[in-house]
Design a protein around this ligand. Structure first.
Ligand SMILES: [Zn+2]
Length: 296
């Protein structure tokens, strides 16, 4: 699926959050559904793997969501995903073409080639609009702690918050979600991509480099019980960049999902970046000054 379509879906989600008046976290997808006259039905899951669905064939559309996973963040993401099917162009038509009810498996499973991915991106934009995420991340808490704070404030899952943090981060940051010895997915912030060119992009299914994360994953109890570990690594060890660039490798087990989140960042890089921003601003002022002087 074209990347711009996913970006469009995410921006649509952000627009809906703004239109509904959200200028601070948390965005409430249940209240948004209600304001559209959509019925919300909590349901024990009958089919394993189903996170929720939307039904269009009655007088009012209704959204149901599975309650077997007790994470509130997951349930909110599921409802936001279903709202994507309601708001995004072509989704209701696409769903009505095949059946009147659509069943979703929400949660950023890369490789899906369907309206599911679009709805996931809509949900992440709705619950974590770029402006709100940026504001949160410039509060000074970086790395895993920053992700955690964003997850708490936005009431989203660790993983969803980590992805958005890497997408919007004002300082260099990357995240890798892994399982066993394999990469599930990787996101890098723009600043991180700029740390060296071209950095190796860790694709889905590629093996994890020999690292603390890989060792961590070799004991399934680390993952299951949500253990944490912080160590130091370099850009060379993970992304084939410079050995001189040191990074914190912060690892956390994601519990019952069987995956591990690793966050890469560093205080030094975050500070450098803050200086850069200040410099840019200074340059901008300088470059305007002469013109202004000449114009007088
Ligand atoms: Zn869906």
């Amino acid at each position: 699926m074209a990347k711009f379509q996913l970006t469009k879906a995410r921006q649509h989600g952000e627009r809906v959050a703004a239109e509904k008046g959200y200028t601070a976290f948390p965005v409430n997808p249940f209240a948004i559904a209600e304001s559209e006259g959509i019925l919300i039905v909590p349901k024990p899951a009958e089919i394993k793997g189903v996170s929720g669905g939307i039904i269009f064939d009655e007088d009012v559309p209704s959204i149901f969501y599975a309650t077997h996973i007790e994470s509130e963040g997951f349930q909110r993401f599921t409802v936001a995903h279903e709202l994507g099917h309601y708001f995004l162009d072509g989704h209701p038509e696409e769903i009505l073409k095949s059946a009147k009810m659509h069943v979703s498996r929400a949660g950023f499973r890369q490789g899906d080639n369907s309206i599911e991915l679009e709805a996931d991106h809509f949900a992440s934009g709705l619950l974590m609009p770029t402006q709100l995420v940026k504001k949160e991340l410039t509060c000074g808490v970086i790395g895993l702690a920053g992700v955690e704070q964003l997850a708490n404030r936005s009431q989203c899952s660790f993983t969803a918050a980590a992805i958005r943090a890497a997408e919007c981060s004002p300082y260099p940051m990357a995240i890798v979600v892994s399982q066993g010895s394999d990469v599930c997915y990787c996101f890098m912030s723009e600043g991180f991509k700029g740390l060296g060119k071209p950095l190796t992009f860790l694709r889905k299914g590629s093996p994890l480099p020999l690292s603390a994360t890989r060792d961590f994953n070799s004991d399934s109890n680390n993952v299951r019980y949500g253990k944490r570990q912080t160590t130091e690594t370099t850009l060379a060890d993970w992304f084939d960049g410079s050995k001189q660039i040191r990074l914190d490798e912060e690892i956390v087990g994601l519990g019952s999902f069987g995956c591990t989140l690793t966050v890469f960042s560093s205080d030094a890089l975050a500070e450098d970046h803050a200086d850069e921003d200040a410099d840019e601003e200074a340059n901008l002022i300088e470059s305007y000054t002469p013109k202004f002087a000449y114009g007088r």
